[in-house]
Design a protein around this ligand. Structure first.
Ligand SMILES: Cc1ncc(COP(=O)(O)O)c(C=O)c1O
Length: 425
């Protein structure tokens, strides 16, 4: 950087972002993300507009985060009221909004207690710490192992990136955190073998940590039989089942929690993304039977502050009062039907359409020259935003309030984008 660019720009106020194009952005922000050349400026419902006024249908929703879409009146009112009253106080004191959110979550799940933080990774960190303390104190195991699944995703902190069963996210960050091993997802024999092998040494499996549906790993739903068996194994040998509900929780699958699709209850589960509809929050919930945390064991400055909790309460209240889960189921079926029709038109290009509720994936043939990024870019040119789940899966995670007309419009745009892409070769 030349010396003159180090001189602060005082000509515009710090709050003026109107001239912040990609070049200026990339001068100052660390390049940890591969970004599309798109600057979004405002949104309403399932639609967003870029800084040139171009409109898009948003089937990304901040990656399964903007539960109620953009600028939903219930969320706008809740954040406005709360910020005018009290936005942050320390956990040195009682916070009624935090208590009320914990009570809502407990009354609407299998858990007995909640701990609040700010993101999915932090929620999973809390779950990992709780499982380790349970291993150390209840199971009396000093070298506990947590089994996670290959192709899973649990976050980017050191412990959660280690828990993540994808070497591409771990490369370059050694030494990783000890105490994690990986098994293929939905493969019960592999899981049983791994437990047997690990328990032979001086280490012992203390927990199994899984997603009910693998999101980042390619939108792969869990098998019912597999999860029933996993639950049984955990009960038989007295270890914990942790479910990462960060992407699939809060109604995304058509049920409030992903585990409800699998007929089981976890001992611990985590939530984040959609919980406050885009306001940062994370939560780790557990049954009393494994709640070994004591004062001083875990904490977060921002965790569970009045602002984040009031936002989450507005989202959850709206989900209930507007019966949004019914919409999730109907719109999910409609979307999968449309995606299957497109896949049937291009049998060389697509090999599968799958998902639950409003988390759906379309898998591209490994032999095809097109990647998910190619199709995401082509759809963007048609005014539809989507997100890849790996190099060969398209992911569709619109706001849960998406309408039937919007699902039709998105399907049309995707069909047009694919037709243009295929005809371009
Ligand atoms: C299943 C799952 N767990 C954890 C995370 C990490 O969440 P965050 O980015 O909020 O830390 C994600 C993010 O995509 C996720 O999908």
């Amino acid at each position: 950087m030349s010396p003159e660019t180090l001189v602060p720009d005082t000509s515009t106020p710090a709050t003026d972002t109107s001239n912040f194009g990609p070049d200026r952005f990339d001068t100052y922000v660390m390049k940890t993300y591969g970004r599309f050349p798109l600057t979004l400026e405002r949104g309403e419902g399932c639609r967003v507009w870029d800084n040139s006024g171009q409109e898009y249908l948003d089937f990304v929703a901040g990656i399964a985060t903007c539960t109620l879409g953009h600028a939903h009146p219930a969320l706008v009112e809740a954040v406005t009221q709360q910020i005018q009253k009290l936005h942050h106080v320390s956990n040195l004191y009682y916070i009624p909004e935090q208590g009320q959110l914990a009570e809502w979550l407990v009354k609407h799940s299998c858990a007995d207690r909640a701990f609040f933080c700010n993101s999915g990774a932090e929620a999973n960190e809390a779950a990992i710490k709780l499982a380790r303390k349970y291993a150390n104190t209840v199971l009396e195991v000093e070298q506990p192992v947590i089994l996670t699944a290959k192709a899973s995703f649990h976050g980017r902190t050191l412990a959660t990136v280690t828990a993540t069963g994808q070497p591409k996210y771990q490369k370059g960050f050694s030494p990783l955190v000890p105490g994690f091993e990986y098994v293929p997802y939905n493969d019960i024999a592999a899981l049983e073998n791994a437990i047997g092998d690990i328990d032979e040494g001086n280490r012992r499996v203390c927990a199994i940590m899984l997603e009910a549906l693998q999101g980042e790993g390619g939108v792969r739903p869990g098998d019912l039989d597999y999860f029933l068996r996993v639950r049984k194994i955990c009960d038989e040998i007295g270890i914990l089942l942790i479910l990462d509900e960060v992407q699939v929780g809060v109604g995304r699958t058509g049920k409030l929690w992903g585990y409800e699709n699998l007929g089981i209850e976890p001992d611990i589960f985590t939530s984040a993304k959609g919980l406050a509809g885009g306001i940062p929050i994370g939560a780790m919930l557990c049954k009393d039977s494994c709640n070994v945390f004591e004062p001083g064991n875990h904490a977060s400055t921002f965790g569970g502050n009045p602002f984040a909790c009031a936002s989450a309460l507005a989202v959850l209240d709206t989900l209930e009062t507007e019966d949004i889960l019914t919409n999730v189921i109907a719109r999910g079926e409609q979307l999968r039907k449309n995606l299957r029709a497109i896949a049937n038109q291009y049998t060389n290009l697509f090999i599968d359409v799958r998902g639950w509720g409003l988390i759906n994936g379309m898998e591209i043939n490994a032999e095809s020259e097109f990647t998910s990024i190619d199709i995401v870019k082509a759809a963007m040119a048609e005014g539809l935003l989507m997100v890849p789940a790996g190099p060969k899966v398209l992911r569709f995670v619109p706001p849960l309030i998406v309408s039937a007309d919007e699902v039709e419009a998105a399907s049309q745009k995707l069909g047009d984008a694919i037709a243009k892409l295929v005809n371009s070769i």
